[in-house]
Design a protein around this ligand. Structure first.
Ligand code: ZN
Ligand code: ZN
Length: 362
């Protein structure tokens, strides 16, 4: 399917959902949703989609870009005297879905001035559609994953004893950019020693040392689509028993969860597979985050493999990470993260990176 046909299909799919949500239209303010639905990649704009109309409001900075990129939308120029409220009035409908997570309080107050509009707060209308990827999206995610795999394979060449976390993070970032990434999905996360017990530690000035853990979590973007990959190493000549114990449990949870993925199961059920295994080994309190998250235009999107977030039924062409972890405060943590696509029968790996815990450095 060419780009224009694909965008038209997305517009049709969104329109089909309007009646389900009991609205006549949706005002799209979230940037990734705007891009996915209209094709417009600029950083400012509002979409209003009704059964009859598809309007894209943006300002003079993006006018030409919007004309080229959003073939199915009628453009509305927003100026000092013409705001998103005017765009909404152009839609000529009354009950409109609003993306509660992405509208600021200031914007919300302004929209409230439209006394005749009935706003229906809604967050997952477009996000739900975005969870299922088309062939072009899968191709981009695969490309982003291949770049990340390539960088992870260089860790054994790039890392040195005494090098700071931040210096290694920069080498990996540079490598991904030179390999064709158009950006990073998130800052490269290099955590050494006890820092690896902090799931979202920022790479800092701590030096990499022998006899310690090194955890690396990174993702590239390729044509806007993200990847996400984590590997954990033990630096030394031989792996110490405590590391081996938790590494083996995490690896087993990772493998078992991937093996269980198939369409029709809930995200929470897959999370449960890994959580139960880690719990049985006595580390229930040390796996404090969800098993995985969808990846696409955003690094964290639907579906969620989680026991606390809104649940999603898995279906073919959904992309998700699988990333169990065990974190021991003061010692360190192990996380193994791969990216998979749900297939008719199970799941295929999109990341393709060896899982080798021992890292011998000079
Ligand atoms: Zn990650
Ligand atoms: Zn992740």
């Amino acid at each position: 399917m060419d780009r224009e046909a694909k965008l038209l299909q997305r517009l049709r799919n969104v329109r089909e959902l309007l009646s389900e949500h009991e609205v006549d239209g949706i005002l799209v303010s979230e940037g990734h949703n705007r891009r996915w639905l209209s094709g417009f990649e600029g950083s400012y704009g509002w979409l209003l989609v009704t059964v009859e109309k598809a309007l894209l409001g943006t300002d003079f900075r993006y006018w030409e870009q919007a004309q080229v990129q959003a073939p199915h939308f009628e453009l509305v120029k927003l100026t000092k005297n013409r705001s998103q409220n005017d765009l909404v009035l152009d839609g000529q409908v009354r009950d409109i879905a609003l993306e509660a997570q992405s509208v600021s309080i200031g914007e919300f107050n302004k929209l409230q001035e439209l006394a005749d509009i009935n706003w229906v707060l809604c967050d997952d209308l477009i996000e739900g559609l975005r969870a299922v990827k088309d062939a072009g999206e899968l191709q981009r995610i695969r490309a982003a994953a291949a770049i990340t795999d390539g960088a992870m394979a260089c860790v054994k060449n790039f890392a040195q004893i005494g090098m700071t976390e931040a210096a290694l993070a920069w080498k990996l970032e540079k490598h991904m950019r030179e390999a064709g990434a158009d950006g990073l999905a998130f800052p490269v996360h290099v955590a050494s020693g006890p820092n690896s017990a902090l799931p979202h530690h920022a790479s800092g000035e701590r030096a990499i040392q022998s006899g310690e853990i090194l955890l690396i979590d990174m993702g590239a973007t390729f044509d806007g689509y993200a990847s996400d990959l984590t590997r954990t190493f033990y630096i030394g000549r031989e792996i110490e028993p405590r590391f081996k114990e938790i590494f083996d449990i995490v690896l087993q949870a990772h493998d078992e969860a991937i093996r269980k993925i198939k369409p029709g199961l809930k995200g929470s059920e897959i999370d449960g597979v890994a959580r139960e295994l880690i719990g049985r080994a006595g580390f229930a309190d040390h796996f404090g985050h969800g098993l995985g998250h969808g990846v696409g235009l955003q690094t964290h999107e639907k579906p969620r493999l989680s026991n606390t977030r809104a649940d999603t039924l898995l279906s073919p062409a959904m992309v998700t990470t699988v990333e169990p972890g065990i974190y021991l405060p003061g010692y360190g943590g192990v996380r193994i993260e791969d990216l998979v696509v749900v297939t008719e029968l199970g799941a295929d790996l999109l990341s393709n990176c060896a899982i080798e815990p021992l890292l011998e450095l000079e």
